[in-house]
Structure formats: C-alpha cells, structure tokens
Write a protein that binds this ligand. Structure first.
Ligand SMILES: [Zn+2]
Length: 346
C-alpha cells in the first residue's frame, strides 16, 4: 500500500510501504478518507524530532483521520462494515494505572500515531482498536470527522477550565489549537471569548464566529483590552495557546481574582512564570496534554450544530499531492488554518 513516508528530516516520499495489518478480535479495518495535516506532523518533517521523540527510521505521517469501516474483528459489537468513523490516534495500555484512573492521555506507555516509532495513518488502510474508533452521524462529513482530533484538544482545555455559564474567556494565540479552544469554550458556556494574536488574517477567520472578539496585539496589549471590557476585573478563564514566553509571563494580568489559567500551548524551551502574580489572585493553574474521554462529546457538539469547524478547513488536496500539502503547511500562510488530504474513494 502507498503511504506518505517521512524518510528522514526534510525528506518525504509517497511510496509503497509494508505495514503489519493484523486484524485482532477487538479491531476494525478502516479505509482512510480524510486526514488533517497537523503542526506536529509538519514539525517532524522540518525538524526530525519533537522533544524526546526523534525520527530514526522512515515513519508514516498523519494522525487526524476519518474513514469507513471495511472489516470488523470477531468481538466488535458497536461498529459494522460501512460505518463512517473517526479515530483517536493515541492508544494507551488499557490495564495501566493511568488508564484505570481515566487519565489514559498521560499513560507513559501510550502509543500515538505519527509519534516515533509509531506509524501514522496517511495510507489507504489502517487497523485500529474498535474501542478508539467512533461512529460519525450521517450528516457529519469526513472532513469534519478529521477535525475531531484537534477539536478534542480544545474540548479538553474547556473541560479543564471548568467553565461556568456566562464566563468571559481569553485565548492567547490564534493558531489552530487556539481557535479550537475558543470554539470549545464558547460551546462550553462562555458568554464571550476574546482571542489575541498578531496575525490579522488568523483573527479575521476566527473573529467571523459570533461570540468571538479578536484582539490584534500589534495594536493594543491584551491586558488593556481585557481590563477595559471587564471594568478592571479580568477574565474568568485564560487559555494560553501560543506557547510564547511573553504571553505566559503576562497571564496573571488577564485573569480575574480567583480565576483559572489553562496552559495549552507548548513553549519549545522552558519559559519564566510570574508565580507571585498567580498567587496574588489565587489563580487555579491547569495543564492540558492531548485528551481523554473527549471524542464522544466532541462529535456530539458537532452533530448538534453547536460547533461548525468547516470554516477552519482552508484547503483539501488529493493524497497524490500529499507532499505539496505538507510543503504548503510548512509555508505557514496566515490565511491557512487546517490543510486536509483526501484519499480517493473506492
Ligand atoms: Zn494534531
């Protein structure tokens, strides 16, 4: 089967790739239809590693996917052949201590698609555990199904924040995850979500949603705008989605006394934190790493029409043009949010 293979840092090829695809009793075989290109895939392409994860041998990329069930294992009951599905790319050890606690996203033994040495899903067929495969309602497209993975991170962030109806939220950083977080916060009950960035095209895309206000930090500091709109009180919840050191340092100034700060963005290197600033308002600090037990909720919100992710799909390229799709993602155009790759249907 053909696959999009990261041969080594900076070198992609679309070629035949032998993959062990044994269908166990709890597995399903899936024909991949749509795969989103993620910042992490692009980072492995351009840098060959993320933190301790280093690409040491050829690896198939892609982890944000939707497809159709082709075959089910003998013990699978909740899915059938022909079901349209999306897949959770991280597989924990179900008997691990973390899994038993319900926090399988931080199971040290989790195997995650397209995180070395685990192959991703940019190939026509994959075998996946049915327990981590979710049925899509008929009116939810494959493109939307492939958006569930990044949206799940926004959902995890909103859940961590423990939003209460009518909260005011601020999101620093309008990358794909910042946008997903803003939409999840809004769907989760926020009255208004402010989102700050310095790229106006990104702000224009997310600002088109009702309930989301944008702040271009080239024009005005976020803290000034939030102070002005909240009579100096601050936001109930602040989501840091930029990973930028000044944004992390400035978090306490944005939150109200007793509010919450959620660290979503991942700084490449350690960054300073204003501990006293956090203490002086008794802010609750939460962190987010991927997600656990989120897919059902994310799909339910999309299916209910409460969240529309389709405006965030900027371009769709055929599988044959996968390398071009990645090269466009590397360009990081300010008008691009999510680029998707589509497999030929069969
Ligand atoms: Zn992703």
């Amino acid at each position: 089967m053909k696959a999009l293979v990261l041969e080594e840092k900076g070198k992609l090829s679309l070629r035949d790739f032998p993959l062990e695809q044994h269908l166990g009793p709890g597995d399903v075989r899936i024909a991949i239809r749509t795969v989103g290109v993620c910042g992490s895939d692009v980072h492995y392409y351009t840098h060959g590693k993320i933190g301790p994860f280093v690409v040491e041998e050829p690896m198939i990329l892609g982890h944000e996917a939707a497809g159709v069930v082709l075959e089910i294992g003998s013990e699978v009951t909740h899915l059938k052949v022909g079901d349209r599905v999306c897949m959770e790319p991280g597989l924990p050890d179900p008997t691990s201590r973390a899994s038993k606690l319900g926090i399988y996203n931080v199971d040290p033994s989790v195997r995650f698609w397209a995180t070395p040495p685990v192959h991703g899903c940019l190939t026509p067929e994959v075998v996946h555990p049915a327990a981590f495969t979710y049925k899509l309602p008929a009116h939810v497209s494959f493109a939307e199904g492939a958006m569930v993975e990044p949206f799940a991170i926004g959902m995890q962030s909103a859940l961590r924040a423990r939003i209460q109806p009518g909260d005011i939220a601020v999101v620093t950083g309008a990358g794909p995850i910042g946008m997903m977080t803003a939409l999840a916060a809004l769907a989760g009950g926020c009255a208004k979500v402010y989102i700050a960035d310095l790229a106006q095209p990104k702000l224009d895309i997310i600002g088109a949603y009702e309930g989301i206000e944008t702040i271009n930090i080239r024009d005005r500091p976020v803290a000034d705008v939030i102070a002005e709109t909240t009579d100096g009180w601050g936001a109930d919840v602040v989501f840091e989605c930029s990973g930028a050191a000044p944004a992390v340092l400035g978090l306490p100034a944005l939150a109200r006394p007793g509010g919450a700060v959620v660290l979503v963005g991942m700084p490449v290197d350690p960054v300073p934190v204003d501990v006293v600033g956090l203490q002086a308002k008794e802010l609750r600090v939460e962190t987010v790493f991927r997600y656990a037990n989120i897919y059902d909720r994310a799909i339910a919100l999309i299916a209910a029409g409460k969240v529309d992710l389709t405006p965030l799909i900027s371009a769709t390229l055929p599988f044959a043009d996968s390398i071009a799709a990645f090269d466009r993602a590397v360009e990081a155009r300010e008008t691009d949010v999510k680029i998707q790759i589509e497999m030929p249907s069969r």
